[in-house]
Design a binder for this molecule. Sequence first.
Ligand code: ATP
Ligand code: MG
Length: 460
Amino acid sequence: MDRDKIVEEWKLLYELGIVISLTTELKKLLHVVLTAVTIGDGLGFNRAAIFLYNRPSNTIDGVLGVAPDSIQEATAIWNNLKNLDIRGKMASWLLNEINIEAQSSSNFNKSISQFRISLGKDTVFKNIDQKQAFIFDLSSLGSDDKIFQELQFEQFVFAPLISREQPIGAIIADNFYNKRPITQDDIDTLFLFSNQSAIAIENLMSIETYKNMSKRLIEEQQNLIHQKHIFNLGRAVADITHEIKNALIGAIGFLERARKISDSDSQVFKYLDIVKKELDRVYNLTLDINRYAKGQNKSIKKQFDLEKLILETIETIKSINFPSINFITNLSEFAKYIYGDPDQIKQVLINLIKNSTEAIANKKGGFIKISTYKEDKFIAITVEDNGGGIDIKFLPYVFKPFYSTKSHGTGLGLSIVREIVQEHNGVISLDNFVGIGAKFIIKIPNMVEEEKNEKKDNGS
Ligand SMILES: Nc1ncnc2c1ncn2[C@@H]1O[C@H](COP(=O)(O)OP(=O)(O)OP(=O)(O)O)[C@@H](O)[C@H]1O
Ligand SMILES: [Mg+2]
């Protein structure tokens, strides 16, 4: 490359670097990056696509492809850009003028965004951890590289996206329409630009994950508040109707007496009769409301597979919020089954695990350990973490409703846990290791075992 060309290239990369750093939304950033790769005043390729590494599923997922759908469309776009003369104003053009909707609706993008392949397959993507870009043609593809044949990538550049030494995906670009041969300069420039883009993409991905996480946590908190409200409301209604019912029983009793001592032909008797009928109606209504209010809080208990519930809960938490959390399980086969309300026990697990995830959030090497074991007539479940434990001065308050040391906590998590455990005739305790971690221990009566023993005693 001669000196002028090098200067030109650095100017271009500098300008693109500014655009990238000014883009604050992931979707827009991906469009900006691929538009820069495909406009003549940018890197000048005809088509480009971004693929990202999906760590939880260990797959490569196509996320965006930018290309005209036909040679006519390509020519129209190029002519249009020539007339606009965006040289020197590329930054503001990229930031403000990209037609995201039009780009997204191309057939090329549809094919790319449906693409997903396991990283273990024989494809060009096995090169994503390489610190260089490659040029591929149809003869050098892997046996699982069908997408490139389908989209007729005859010769293309494969540039890994590496951020902080870690592969996060790749950009692929070719000259499908004008068939301009790809030069070494093209490859080098795309590689430099990919590296520049990778850091920005990864930053915005982290921010987006964080935003989703916060949204979920807020939703969960609102759920908890709602649950607690319903719970309290149900209890209050049950208490009030109980009192009304008692008062009515007294009133109806005296009414009966008054009716008995009055003359059955008298006007008083007729009035008392009407009052009795009305009070009976109120009494029945009170019974219904009382039954309903109690029913709201009544748990539906049965024998269920505790181990399965724990593993499912971990999976859910991992897949939704915290894919990278290190969960350790130590589940005893003697504590596989438990008698209780699976929905409520799941709530217990979620609330405890949520606290642990919050405790280890900024900790390197953080883990959450969930164990079960059988102890006398109890099944024990423990949730333990190494998030530093609870300051001694807060210990007396942690189970109290609305007590929280978190800026966004409602402080209901542990109080709901305790209520559910008590509702199961169980006990909850805490082993707190200040500076190390906290371990919550729940013990629920082992009704399954008791039932078996009873059956044995009865000889059945
Ligand atoms: N595993 C844990 N490690 C350290 N501190 C904990 C742990 N679990 C609970 N705590 C402390 O106990 C307090 C009360 O917990 P609780 O779950 O009831 O409420 P919260 O987590 O603050 O809010 P919410 O669960 O309603 O969002 C927490 O604010 C925190 O200080
Ligand atoms: Mg909590």
